[in-house]
Design a binder for this molecule. Structure first.
Ligand code: NG1
Length: 400
């Protein structure tokens, strides 16, 4: 099944790989930019994944190459304090995982690794966390460790901050802990995954805007700024309720004590401009996630689609992370019969996700193909940009 990968490993390292680790990318169905507020989100792992074949070494060296010629091989020593490569170097994701495993479990045995990925990069489909989780499993495999998926996800959410993005933890959680055929409600502090089956006749179409949102570039600055803005807005609203700041450190803490409508009313009083908009997005998106889970469980496709549309409007108008290409794709998908469509992931580029019925999926795919990709003369690599996401299982490791 992975013959080509094994063959390339042999050619590169002159030996047989002993293990294969894999970790899926994900599409977030709803609940955007609220994981770092401590609020539940509803992602789904997809069939696009990172695969690593590897062989443990007798020393601390990690030697890694990828099958993609755009990414140069890297090597470093495994340990609890690994110095990073230059900003933006892909090898930092590997170092993030290796350092995390060394710190948490004392992992000290290195490996020869060959990495292959079918998750589009900088597309909001979590290629970075898939790489981090697969790398962590590879280091685990080299050191005879068998970490529990939830523990691994929590550890790697922390570890990935090594690359400089203050991410929220959703991506590592779903990549490590997904169940086939299901999306999952992901809760934080403590991390918990509740699988929610996806009805068989629902189809989630993913389409790339052809604009990359590199976390190592400008998108990271916007991402970190949004997070800081939401934190500042929260601090101001907490004061309105005379709640002790020490007890209310997150939006979850606030919304457990105060209904969303009251929180919004307080926000209107003490916030203005961008801070008010960011605050409104977080509070309303939280409500949409709660309702979306109910509609998913009872199979109400129209209801779920409506909430996706609401999420996109809020991300575009209040959170200001959409771009014209994402808005255009959302419009095309809805015109073609999708019941809902929204940007997915951090935004500023990357993908949209559109929900439609099984009977309708070909129309939606054809409309996006003609009106977006053919119009831009980008039909060659269509499979990378436009596909139907299938609810995939979480990360795994096997001996070869
Ligand atoms: P993507 O879109 O994969 O870069 C990022 C964060 C998530 C979440 C979303 C927005 C990382 C690793 N991931 O995902 O935690 O905050 O943005 O909902 O930073």
């Amino acid at each position: 099944m992975h013959e080509q990968l094994v063959h390339t490993f042999r050619e590169r390292y002159g030996s047989e790989p002993t293990h294969l680790a894999r970790a899926p990318g994900r599409v977030n169905l709803i609940g955007e930019h609220i994981d770092y507020a401590g609020l539940p989100v509803l992602p789904m792992a997809i069939q696009r994944e990172v695969r690593i074949t590897f062989r443990p070494r007798d020393d601390r060296i990690v030697l890694a190459a990828t099958t993609d010629p755009d990414f140069a091989p890297c090597h470093f020593e495994l340990g609890p304090d690994i110095s990073p490569y230059d900003d933006g170097d892909w090898g930092n994701y590997l170092k993030a995982a290796a350092q995390g495993m060394a710190q948490a479990y004392g992992a000290e045995r290195g490996l020869d690794a060959l990495i292959e990925s079918s998750v589009p990069v900088a597309a909001g489909l979590s290629s970075s966390s898939a790489l981090v989780i697969a790398s962590a499993l590879a280091v685990a495999g080299s050191n005879d460790l068998e970490p529990d998926p939830i523990e691994l996800a929590e550890l790697m959410a922390e570890a990935e901050q090594y690359v400089g993005t203050r991410g929220g933890g959703m991506d590592q959680a779903i990549s490590a802990g997904a169940v086939a055929g299901c999306a999952a409600r992901v809760e934080f502090d403590p991390l918990r995954l509740e699988p929610v089956p996806v009805p068989e006749d629902w189809r989630f179409v993913v389409a790339h805007s052809l604009v990359q949102a590199h976390k190592s570039g400008g998108a990271r600055a916007v991402y970190n700024r949004r997070r800081a803005e939401t934190e500042e807005a929260l601090a101001r609203v907490v004061v309105q309720f005379s709640l002790p700041a020490a007890e209310v450190g997150s939006y979850r803490d606030l919304l457990e004590r105060v209904p969303g409508s009251e929180a919004l009313a307080a926000g209107e009083v003490c916030l203005e401009g961008d801070l008010l908009k960011r605050f409104r997005h977080v509070v309303t998106e939280n409500e949409r996630v709660v309702r979306a889970e109910v509609t998913l469980r009872c199979g109400s496709r129209d209801g779920f689609g409506m909430l996706m549309n609401g999420s996109h409007a809020s991300l575009a108008d209040d959170y200001e992370v959409s771009i014209p290409e994402l808005d255009e794709l959302v419009g095309i998908a809805r015109d073609a019969g999708a019941v809902g469509a929204r940007l997915t992931g951090a935004g500023m580029g990357g993908c949209i996700v559109a929900l439609c019925a099984r009977e309708n999926v070909n129309e939606v795919l054809a409309a996006i193909q003609d009106r977006f990709y053919a119009a831009r003369d980008r039909l060659d690599d269509l499979d990378d940009h436009l596909f139907v996401a299938e609810p995939a299982p979480g990360a795994s490791i096997e001996k070869m």
